[in-house]
Design a protein around this ligand. Structure first.
Ligand code: DGJ
Length: 732
């Protein structure tokens, strides 16, 4: 494994665990992409580049005598605009003279052990220099003085390559970056399906797959957040690829703001994939000497279907993206008061819920929105991070200590990036929000967004949040964000830097989160944006778990959690049991099914526990106890999807430890069917050479039998909204 450079042929051969990625410096210093896919020991041009005179594919000036050389027909490594490649470029600059042409050529490179961090940005990391190797290729444009460093890191134990680009203006004049994507890959065919995760509020990360077609297929966010609508993830799948077999090329963007991910199929049926900060409404000025770092793109290759792709992402993110005390630690089972009380609570009510929670074995109480300012509804007080004495007359410290005295942890909700017009903060600083001159400030959920591109705003928020966290024994924070950006502009940036605001906001946000999370290293942080509107690797770098969706209905959650599991680790998915009829869809499902769905993630409860019957309390108590037994495996085991809610009435998945000696299978059936066939399903992910005992039935099966023959669904499951859990242990 590692990175090899063939000096004579100028070929870079990057090898991750079972993957090769090959590129070459060709004539005149252009860098051409040769191969990405299953690992080869040696690359010797079996798919050699074709040079042919193709009509309307022009030739760069120095090749005017050679009509077979065109950047339009050759696979590029970091394509540019203006000198014969007519496909989408990876970046575009504008010089003071108005020109938007640039011409980057290879200058030099270096190869070194380990992986560098990206200044001010979240990124995957190596814990020691032996587990990763990095290549930096320096490209230069002779006309403008632009220098671009293309960075590639390969991980020894994972099929992962990370990429990013750094722009440095070494010229004498300023230049503008009109776009600066993090990576581009050219494939020499288009026999792929395009798979991505789309959605909306309360219906995040639904899987969609369609064949690639000529032209551009893209997903994006222009909302100032990675968004509920599209996740910054896309994959190209070979035809027929499924969970266990087939090639997958996956791309995920380590960023929480506007993004663009696209696949372009050109006239020759080549496919170009690019991912990065959305060029729409983006423009970054680089004065001489200044630099711009793009966020990181994570490239995962799998030759064993989507299942292996997901397990690669899960392992990378759990072990080499998430940081801090909770990275490897089991997460507490929580009860959150949002759907129990909304804004209508007082200290007594909170303590009543917490006390029942404790009785049932719950470990953490989370006080949600409404504890600060005068916040009795969503029209007021964001920005006034001071306890509401009317609701909590003895303060937060007193409440938190009372919860702690019950032997429970105490957690608190914040929405630090926001400001209500009806707040003391807004009355003092009306220019602290994102806004542009002469335009009304559009509100969403009655709130505006603080201008985190400003250092003074960030400092003030760090101070307020830190004061609260230091004022009481708080061990968990839910960091919410409930609207998208409009009228994007900053009061303190000059006109020619206004289009930098959205990215500067993200840099400010990352700085604030870095500072707060490192000042409170023992606090568990969970990010949230109206549920899963910012479920992305950028946020996971700072906060190891995310509230998956504001939709807590068990049936809806099957799709949401299944879709999310494509990329994000199970332990990162907050999933709660809530009351019925469900508050989002009005559906009534059994407490058992609600429990089993929530237990398939990072378990919590979000309902008024004091209103449960004794029988329901007993069920919850058993769920909590069972989850504690299974938690290590669910939160840190390997995950296999068995039946898809996007394809039928049934869903199933499995958690298994690395040694394949312990496993848990979850099965869900949404609607009952008359005269239904007696069905079974195949349990993948076990060791076919091991024998497993099913704890619930005491029956013993070979791993091969469970995988090839299948496991029967019990005939006793009757009616709608059924679920079943089997715990398997390999015999010694
Ligand atoms: C949106 C979150 O997703 C909910 O869980 C809750 O915290 C509300 N915000 C509170 O306003």
């Amino acid at each position: 494994m590692g990175i090899m450079f063939d000096e004579q042929q100028k070929i870079f051969h990057l090898q991750a665990k079972d993957t090769s990625y090959v590129m070459q410096v060709i004539r005149d210093g252009y860098v051409s992409h040769l191969y990405w896919g299953r690992k080869v020991k040696r690359y010797n041009h079996s798919n050699q580049l074709q040079f042919a005179d193709r009509g309307f594919s022009g030739n760069p000036y120095q090749h005017k005598e050679d009509r077979t050389f065109s950047l339009d027909t050759l696979p590029q490594e970091y394509p540019q605009y203006g000198n014969t490649d007519f496909r989408k470029p990876a970046y575009q600059t504008q010089l003071e003279n108005g020109s938007t042409v640039s011409d980057l050529r290879y200058d030099s490179h270096s190869i070194f052990k380990g992986k560098c961090s990206l200044e001010g940005l979240p990124a995957t990391y190596a814990e020691n220099d032996e587990e990763a190797e990095t290549l930096e290729i320096i490209m230069k444009d002779a006309v403008s003085g632009l220098k671009v460093a293309l960075t590639y890191t390969v991980f020894e134990q994972l099929n992962v390559i990370t990429r990013s680009a750094r722009f440095i203006n070494e010229g004498k004049e300023s230049l503008k970056l009109l776009s600066a994507l993090s990576m581009s890959v050219d494939f020499r065919d288009a026999d792929f399906d395009f798979l991505h995760l789309h959605g909306g509020h309360v219906k995040e990360r639904y899987i969609e797959r369609q064949p690639l077609r000529h032209g551009v297929q893209s997903i994006e966010s222009t909302r100032g957040a990675s968004s509920h609508q599209h996740n910054p993830f896309m994959a190209l799948l070979r035809k027929g690829t499924n969970e266990e077999a087939g090639e997958v090329y996956a791309f995920n963007f380590v960023y929480s703001g506007n993004f663009l991910a696209q696949a372009e199929v050109d006239q020759f049926r080549n496919t170009r994939v690019t991912i990065g900060i959305n060029p729409f409404d983006f423009n970054w000025k680089l004065e001489p000497g200044e630099a711009f770092q793009t966020p990181e793109a994570v490239l995962v290759y799998s030759s064993n279907g989507l299942g292996e792709m997901s397990r690669t992402f899960h392992e990378l993110y759990q072990t080499r993206l998430v940081r801090g005390a909770y990275r490897d630690r089991e997460r507490p089972i929580l009860v959150n008061n949002w759907e129990a009380t909304y804004f209508d609570f007082n200290a007594e009510k909170i303590l009543e819920i917490a006390s029942v929670g404790r009785e049932l074995g719950i470990e953490l109480f989370v006080l949600d929105d409404g504890w600060f300012g005068k916040r009795d509804d969503d029209t007021t007080s964001l920005g006034d991070w001071f306890v509401d004495q009317a609701k909590l007359p003895n303060g937060l410290d007193d409440l938190a200590n009372k919860v702690r005295n019950m032997d429970m942890q105490f957690g608190l909700w914040f929405e630090p990036e926001m400001i209500s017009v009806d707040s003391d903060l807004y009355r003092q600083h009306p220019d602290w929000c994102l806004h542009v001159p002469n335009h009304t400030r559009s509100e969403s959920r009655n709130q505006l967004i603080l201008d985190f591109s400003r250092e003074d705003v960030c400092e003030a928020i760090i101070k307020m949040v830190s004061n609260i966290l230091a004022s009481a024994p708080i061990t968990y924070v839910k960091w919410d964000m409930n609207r998208h950006m409009t009228e994007i502009g900053s009061a303190i940036l000059p006109p020619d830097r206004q289009r930098e605001t959205a990215h500067r906001y993200m840099l400010g946000l990352y700085k604030v989160m870095e500072q707060i999370t490192s000042s409170f290293p023992n606090v568990l942080f969970e990010s949230c944006s109206g549920g899963g509107g910012r479920f992305d690797p950028g946020m996971l770098y700072y906060m190891p778990q995310t509230w998956t969706s504001d939709n807590t209905d068990a049936v809806s959650r099957l799709k949401i959690q299944y879709g999310t599991s494509l990329v994000y680790p199970i332990v990162s998915m907050g999933s709660h049991v809530s009351a019925v009829p469900n508050h989002q869809v009005n559906r009534i499902t059994s407490l058992d099914m609600r429990g089993d769905v929530a237990m398939s993630g990072n378990l919590g409860y979000e309902l008024d526990l004091t209103k449960l019957t004794d029988e329901e309390k007993e069920t919850v108590k058993q769920q909590v106890a069972k989850y504690k037994e299974m938690r290590q495996l669910i939160q840190f085991g390997d995950f296999y999807r068995l039946l898809s809610p996007f394809e039928g009435n049934e869903t199933a998945w499995l958690f298994v430890n690395k040694e394949k000696t312990e496993a848990i299978v979850f099965y869900f059936r949404v609607l009952a069917e008359a005269n239904a066939p007696f069905n079974s399903f195949k349990v993948k992910g076990l060791d076919p050479d091991k024998t497993y005992k099913v704890e619930e039935t005491n029956k013993v099966f070979g791993g091969d039998e469970l995988e090839y023959v299948g496991l029967s669904v019990p005939a006793e499951l009757k009616g709608d909204f059924q679920s079943c859990v089997w715990r398997l242990t390999a015999s010694k």
